[in-house]
Ligand binder design. Structure first.
Ligand code: ATP
Ligand code: MG
Length: 334
């Protein structure tokens, strides 16, 4: 059966971008049936930039609550945190020997996150895509649902699989398919239409958190950066207006309609009319999830038990794949 893998970092609280670009699709793939779904809280990835230990713990549990509140069923999908399945890191080491420095240096996430001071970035941040390839390939996953920003890392995952298969004259690792779908595969910052919305953005006003209450959501949307013109009749009219386009994409994704339909619905409106409507819609869709997250967070022991069970199931799949990898490369004892 086709196998789905995807991960989210506990590097902060979940955002509307994570929900629309990733989690919503995770739930659909789980519910569609026919896929074996594995969803991971990638805590070791989060550590590639500094995480306060207590915050990392809390964020991991909250992320798990976010998955479940959004509709992931831990009985159906395998739900766990990365650090508890050591095969990820073990395979990542093999991939560190496969991936080339040049490949890693070209990754836009590396360039964005390391910034101008790459000398001072962690070695882990540079190697991030090799660990990500291992996350996926240690399960022989065939489909990876992600936001637009992760496309390049998935190409690199394919390059690593291809090079490994070529170097060791095998067809052991599958060539994975990237799944990006919908109107909101790249939700932008509410403060800057050229930057994606991120949970690690220092500005809280730049994003809608899945735990924001109705007032916070309404305020952030009201204050979202826009231009003075009314909304046009068609999407063409949004060219060069990234902030307006972003709000239309969010509106479309939340209402489950295409961006074309969305702009037709609100053509001619001023932002003073459109924004309150969008805020109300966002609250209506997100409030039940955030309420459920808060309820689940009251029982951290239950969350920990779910993660522990998930890790056990994940290991059952990963262990033989790592062992076979070790055998292929010639490690004695495998
Ligand atoms: P960080 O800022 O720490 O990198 P993040 O918000 O980018 O956090 P990740 O954990 O890196 O979140 O990514 C988890 C998933 O959410 C990935 O599939 C990613 O593509 C998706 N995603 C992240 N941000 C957005 C966004 N703004 N729009 C759509 N999808 C997104
Ligand atoms: Mg990210």
């Amino acid at each position: 059966a086709p196998r789905v893998f995807s991960g989210i970092q506990p590097s902060g609280g979940l955002t509307l971008g994570n929900y629309l670009g990733a989690i919503r699709r995770f739930v659909e793939m789980q519910d569609e049936g026919g896929y074996e779904c594995i969803y991971c809280m990638v805590d070791l990835h989060a550590m590639t930039v500094w995480q306060d230990p207590a915050a990392l713990t809390r964020n991991t549990r909250e992320l798990c609550a976010g998955f479940i509140a959004s509709g992931i069923d831990p009985e159906k999908a395998v739900l766990f945190n990365q650090s508890q399945v050591p095969e990820h890191v073990q395979l990542a080491w093999i991939f560190n020997t496969v991936a080339r420095m040049g490949w890693m240096g070209r990754m836009t996430q590396w360039k964005d996150k390391a910034g101008k001071n790459a000398e001072n970035a962690s070695l882990g941040l540079f190697a991030y895509p090799a660990l990500m390839a291992a996350d996926i390939l240690v399960y022989h996953a065939t489909h990876v649902p992600v936001g637009e920003d992760q496309r390049q890392h998935l190409e690199l995952t394919r390059d690593i699989a291809l090079k490994f298969n070529y170097d060791y004259e095998t067809e052991f690792f599958p060539i994975t398919e990237t799944v990006t779908e919908g109107a909101a595969t790249r939700v932008m910052s509410l403060r800057d239409g050229s930057k994606k919305m991120s949970k690690s953005d220092p500005s809280d006003a730049s994003r809608i958190n899945m735990t924001d209450d109705a007032d916070a959501i309404a305020k952030k949307i009201r204050k979202a950066r826009t231009d003075p013109d009314p909304l046009p009749e068609t999407l063409d009219g949004l060219e060069g207006r990234p902030e307006a386009r972003n709000l239309i994409n969010i509106y479309a994704a939340l209402s489950d309609i295409s961006a074309e339909r969305a702009i037709a619905n609100v053509a001619g409106q001023q932002f003073s009319q459109f924004k309150p409507m969008l805020a109300e819609l966002a609250v209506e869709k997100m409030a039940p999830i955030s309420n459920e997250m808060a309820r689940l967070m009251e029982q951290p022991d239950e969350i920990d038990a779910i993660l522990a069970r998930g890790a056990e199931r994940a290991r059952g799949i990963a262990e033989p794949i790592l062992k076979e990898t070790y055998r292929i490369v010639g490690l004695v004892g495998a």
